[in-house]
Design a protein around this ligand. Sequence first.
Ligand SMILES: [Zn+2]
Length: 475
Amino acid sequence: MRRAVWVALLLLVSCVRNPVTGKRQLTLVSEAQEIELGQQAKAEIAQSIGLYPDERLQAYVAGIGQQLATHSERPKLPWSFQVLDDASVNAFALPGGPIFVTRGILTHLSSESELAGVLGHEIGHVTAKHSVNQMTKAQLAGLGLGLGMILSPELRQVGDLAQVAAQVLFLKYGRDDERQSDELGFKYALQQGYDVREIPQTFRTLGRVSEEAGGGRLPAWLSTHPDPGDRVIAALQRAAKVEPPQGQVRREEYLSALAGVVFGANPRQGFFVDNRFMHPDLKFQLTFPPQWKTQNAPAAVVAGSPSQDAAIQLTVAGKGSPEAAAQKFFTQEGLRAGEVSRGLVSGNPAVSGLFQAQTQQGVLEGLATFIAYNGIVYQILGLTPAGRLGNYGPLFRNTVASFEPLTDPAALNVQPARVELVKVPSEMTVEEFVAKYPSSVPAEQVVLINGLDRGQRIPAGATLKRVVGGELPRR
Ligand SMILES: [Zn+2]
């Protein structure tokens, strides 16, 4: 991140009128700066998480978003609506107009009016300037941290996301902001002729999704958009006040845009079988210590010891030589390198060394290894508080030694699960549906993504979603 930009921002405290409430409010940034802030974060998020590679779906979502946004209080902002390639069930608004939805949230919605409700809610966070206020707060906190920080980005234990992206994606709005965005989103969807009676169901579904159910690398909806307490009831009351005729649902249009979309974690981006991590596209595997808690985060694969006093992190260090990557790592400020040696890991050139690092959490010790394989240098970092390297050193070394080419055809050819549409030929219950049209995910998940309840009857001719494929190879 360019620190100069942030310092400049902080010097410009001004008071501007809120476009939604009309009230004057203290803000740290002008509209031009708000836009710059958002565009910078947008680029980082798109790069670190990745956009979902489906032009048709991207255009469909963007079309609906633009229609809602250009009729909002801030029509001239550089609005953008993009689908992130992540299984988590969430949506994010950045200052000044960029909005992201995950493919995970799309698989949990069932109509265009539901999508309009979600996009409208995110637009509300921008038009009411919640996003910029949130980022400003995080920025102040971030700068405060930055002053005494010797801990280098490579040593940060919380993933490797670019700094701005990480801040934005894990921001949590306040309840008042959430209530206001719910109201605004409802208004925008209604203005564009959508059936707003779909919105309560949307919130209900999103409220039922837990972090684990999403299987993604990002937080879930409720952790960044907390329920103001009466979200579904308030949405029902709002919808009840709308005079008939009701607007459009556009269920079939939405579902046909969604057909074939990847569901859940995409194993092409790496997957675990027990504690063995395999990456079919990069063609390597690595085994973490048994019982360690593992995670495939956007830019790092991480594992934590059961007693949470040691971590191992695998990242891509770059494309040069392992020597150059090691040199860059071991010469960082605040880091003291021990003896650095060259060798081979599964026949691949590697450089490895012990080090000590002064951090805010105290002195950490670790083993850093750089392995060149297939034109990429991988970094494997084992970290633990000073004094425990005697315990963890052997585990770190075993993990490094387990790095090897992936050759199992079943693992190399693994494919993700996808959403498939089913036209129900005759009336049946939810239970009959899941029995007759099996999915590769648990029945509760199929019920959830269709916005259904157990025991509910499905009318003949209805289009529902099921999930097919995605089986992982067994060991
Ligand atoms: Zn929200």
